[in-house]
Design a protein around this ligand. Sequence first.
Ligand code: FES
Ligand SMILES: [Fe+2]
Length: 428
Amino acid sequence: MLRKEQNDLLTRTGPGTPMGEMFRRYWMPALLSEELPENECPPVRAKLLSERLVAFRDTRGRYGLIDEFCAHRGVSLWFGRNEECGLRCPYHGWKYDVNGECLEIPSEPDESGFRKKIKLKSYPLVERGGILWTYMGPPELKPPLPEFEFVMVPSDQTFTSKRWQECNWLQAMEGGIDSSHVSFLHRGDLNSDPLFKGARGNQYNLSDSMPFFEVAEHPSGLFIGARRNAENGNYYWRITPWVMPSFTSVPPRGDHPIHGHFWIPIDDENCWAWSFDYHPMRALSEGEVKAMRDGKGVHVKYEPGTHRPLANKDNDYLINRAAQKAGITYSGVEGIAMQDASVQESMGPIVDRSKENLVSTDNGIIMARHRLLKAAKALAEKGIEPPGVDPATQRVRSAAVILAPDQAFKDAAREALTVQPGKAHASI
Ligand code: FES
Ligand SMILES: [Fe+2]
């Protein structure tokens, strides 16, 4: 349970808010690289942390993320003409470069120098791992680019998608560190989804729906361990790393790729759910990539031409009550990603955490909130850099392991929880 002011602090990320200022200290995924596929392609709207921005790729291939609205009289530059190293407002022709500098005001004599005084807000936009990343904080404090394993492996080993989720970022992220719901919400899919099925670990998930949670601190966040019974008195551990503010990696299953997420606020009532799949050791197979493109696993099918899921709140997520009753899907909603999104959106745009009743399986969530509150306050009051900014602290892996009852997961799985290039991930 949280007091209203704590809930507000965690969920508000607009300019000037403590959590918003904290998000602005990290590189965040802004767009998929494929959204700006070539030089002078159409610009793309990109609202992030309640700021309306537009992204474009200029004639020389440089990326820009600038204020959406023209400095003249506020026309959306999404309508802009992307030409000759700049984005030109279609109303009166003012033109801006990737840094938001005004290059031309056609109606004014250039000698007046007026245009030199005009600059739109701009943020860096940099490609890594098929994603265009931005940093919206103080320029002098910009950290090195992120080094999460899924963006560091060769491009044929990794696949990322994003979907619009119509609720606050935190309730979406809390679903990612809540391993206990897998035994319920996703139980119908563990043995049928092509990106999940066939793993031995699935049986432990299905047969033990009362996992014991143990949470260990990590410099950049937490390791959240969920322990279920395995054979001969041993335990099956699923360990989820959470890196502040909103990166998680789901414990792997068999030889399937590892999947995980980022949740990035669009505004306080919407977020981008970024979902990736990567294999540390091998290229993704054709069949795996096809399944991902078809919306299996943590990915979704879209409304054509958008990143809005085809099953969404306007069509009640295409719920199938017969499938629910028959146990084909536990909730009646098809697909793991939409099962998550539907229950999280059903809480309302920003869930009221003063009304909840938490239990022991919510320990990871409780500790994550605590870390976020502490870090946001430390930054706001003392200027302390939040955890997880340093790329060295991002080199974590999720793991699924069998351990003897006397082994503590944080010691026994220490190596498995660290990125080791060229070494396979620990998976059951
Ligand atoms: S509003 Fe953009 S040039 Fe006039
Ligand atoms: Fe889930």
